[in-house]
Design a protein around this ligand. Structure first.
Ligand code: KG4
Ligand code: ZN
Length: 359
């Protein structure tokens, strides 16, 4: 199927669909240009439960998906016929939630006789850097900081990555979410920590273990425990403490190590460009610090806009474009996957031509 497609077509139109967590999203890109980007979120309903309830997320996706896709196509100013391929997140994420997007995309691609592309959510976060950035070309060093993964990667090409360093325990986003809970801040934790930190000062001592050593690896469990212990000790002693100061101190410690190690890795690799992706890359303090450090290190920084760091479908379409160029299409046996280890996520995606040679 689709053997005669022109994979090198100048600006393919890709429809991206994302439903791995609590956001039902669809977007259309032409080449790297975003034509439309629609999101319906159940986050406000989830906030009442203090986190994502999978069943609620699945139901919300089912309710919204057809409307969201229709809106994305309409707002892109294209017709269904104009679409060159349908890219959908197949993992990792909540199984029921993913299945809604995958089933919809399969039916949609089949009905329109368009190629289907299976996108790994984390590869989508990495490909967000290419959106509206026609000049961005590998090699570069990229900081992946999401809710489930945190790593510093060397992007050899659009489809080949090498892990330079990674968290030894919790992901950065996970640490933000856990600390938010300890401070009594609502879900989602990251943006609420950022807001709270603006009112405070970084005067609460944080563990030094994150700095230096360990190559480009880092650890968040010590930092998280330090914050929990600080708050619990204060509470047990009946002493007042400033949540804003704790949030500010934590945010600084959590972000500084990422910025420092990303820039050091870029220098060692001899690249001239740094990118970042994942929900934590939407953090204002991280963005400012990374910009300052890159400027000092004479490195070019390509940061996706904040809304393309958190979950969205434009990033899925962007990775879809990478796969389209490789002719890497899925068939109707595609199914959802709840978890995919980082190593498997970053496996080199072979082009259709290379695969054909092997068999
Ligand atoms: O990248 P993402 O969608 O997660 C995965 O795909 O795994 O991002 C979600 C994570 C959450 O942990 C959330 O708290 C964090 O990103 N996050 C932030 C901010 N916005 C989202 N963390 C810090 N500051 C923010 N502004
Ligand atoms: Zn995500």
């Amino acid at each position: 199927m689709f053997e005669n497609l022109d994979l090198q077509k100048a600006e393919p139109i890709i429809l991206g669909i994302e439903s791995s967590c609590d956001e039902t999203a669809a977007a259309v890109i032409r080449g790297r240009k975003i034509l439309s980007d629609e999101i319906a979120s159940s986050a406000s309903i989830q906030a009442e439960f203090g986190g994502v309830v999978p069943e609620i997320a699945s139901r919300a996706h089912t309710d919204e998906i057809a409307r969201v896709v229709e809106r994305a196509v309409k707002n892109a100013g294209i017709t269904y016929e104009d679409i060159d391929a349908v890219a959908v997140t197949y993992g990792a994420g909540l199984l029921g939630a993913l299945l809604v997007g995958v089933s919809f995309a399969k039916a949609f691609a089949y009905a329109l006789n368009k190629p289907l592309i299976a996108v790994n959510h984390i590869r989508g976060h990495l490909a967000a850097a290419y959106l509206d950035a026609p000049e961005l070309k590998p090699p570069f060093v990229t900081l992946l900081a999401s809710g489930g993964h945190t790593a510093i990667l060397y992007a050899k090409s659009e489809s080949e990555f090498e892990i330079l360093g990674a968290t030894l325990d919790d992901a950065a986003g996970e640490a933000f979410d856990k600390v938010a809970r300890v401070l009594g801040l609502k879900y989602p934790g990251g943006p609420n920590i950022e807001r709270c930190a603006k009112e405070g000062e970084a005067n609460v001592p944080m563990p030094k273990m994150l700095k230096g050593g360990g190559g480009y690896n880092f650890s968040y469990s010590g930092l998280k425990t330090a914050v929990i212990n600080y708050c619990h000790t204060k509470e047990q002693k009946g002493e007042e403490y400033s949540k804003a100061d704790v949030a500010c101190s934590f945010q600084r410690a959590a972000v500084d190590v990422l910025v420092e190690k990303t820039v050091a890795a870029a220098k060692e690799k001899g690249v001239d460009t740094v990118t970042a992706g994942g929900g934590v890359a939407a953090n204002g303090y991280l963005r400012e610090s990374l910009a300052k450090a890159c400027k000092k290190g004479k490195l070019k920084l390509v940061l996706p806009e904040k809304r393309y760091c958190t979950d969205n479908a434009a990033m899925i379409a962007s990775e879809g474009l990478v796969q389209y160029r490789l002719g890497n299409f899925a068939d109707m046996t595609l199914t959802a996957k709840a978890s995919i280890p980082l190593a498997a996520t970053l496996e080199t995606v072979q082009s259709r031509a290379a695969k054909a040679k092997e068999t």
